[in-house]
Design a binder for this molecule. Structure first.
Ligand SMILES: [Zn+2]
Length: 215
């Protein structure tokens, strides 16, 4: 588990590593009001539920509908007792319909904060990243070293388009918190690695697990 304090926006980010696939669940709290949100609901939900403490959770945001991010869905939703948000592209993958379908660039308020939804299809049809200040919660769209797995060449092209148009336009100092693993990255580091990937030629049917430096 990692805890990050942002003194500028007065927010606390708790990154909780959960389940057999090393998924990350996040609790983001507004320090001034004690209101917070949760991002993703992986296995071992008790790990995340324990960290809620007295934080008043007002929203659960889903990055995408893959099962490993949802294995603790019922437990966490019941414990938090608040609405669930997901993009309509992944509706059929959720255990039940979300309370709210999110739109690209929608802002979801909690306490004195506002987190912005960035629709980034590719890894799945409804994949969404969430931006709060200089903190990007990237789900399985962007990892340290490469993009998330793509199921076919079209999906990979779409994912690249999403990354370039929505994520690589963010300030370089933005920290990137992915959906798996306890290593984070920054937009600056991802841009440098992507430049190396882009400088090489690739087969038109490239897809799957891509490493910016080795592919
Ligand atoms: Zn996934």
């Amino acid at each position: 588990m990692n805890i990050y304090q942002d003194e500028n926006i007065q927010a606390t980010i708790t990154q909780i590593n959960m389940g057999p696939y090393s998924n990350n669940g996040y609790i983001i709290k507004c320090n001034q009001t004690n209101e917070g949100i949760i991002i993703d609901t992986p296995a071992e939900p008790e790990k995340l539920i324990e960290e809620i403490g007295d934080t008043n959770i007002v929203a659960i945001l889903i990055t995408h509908g893959h099962q490993d991010h949802l294995l603790g869905f019922d437990e966490i939703v019941n414990a938090a007792g608040c609405p669930v948000y997901c993009h309509k592209g992944d509706l059929e993958l959720l255990p039940r319909s979300p309370d709210h379908q999110i739109q690209d660039n929608q802002k979801i308020p909690f306490g004195n904060q506002e987190i912005t939804c960035l629709f980034t299809p590719g890894h799945t049809n409804g994949s969404t990243c969430y931006l709060l200040g200089n903190h990007l919660f990237s789900g399985d769209t962007l990892f340290p070293g490469g993009p998330g797995k793509s199921r076919d060449p079209e999906a990979f092209k779409l994912e690249l388009q999403s990354i370039e148009s929505k994520l690589f336009v963010l300030p370089p100092e933005v920290d990137v918190y992915p959906g798996h693993g306890d290593t984070n990255t920054t937009i600056e580091e991802a841009l440098k690695q992507f430049a190396i990937f882009s400088s090489k030629s690739h087969a038109p049917d490239l897809c799957g697990d891509i490493d910016w430096l080795k592919s």
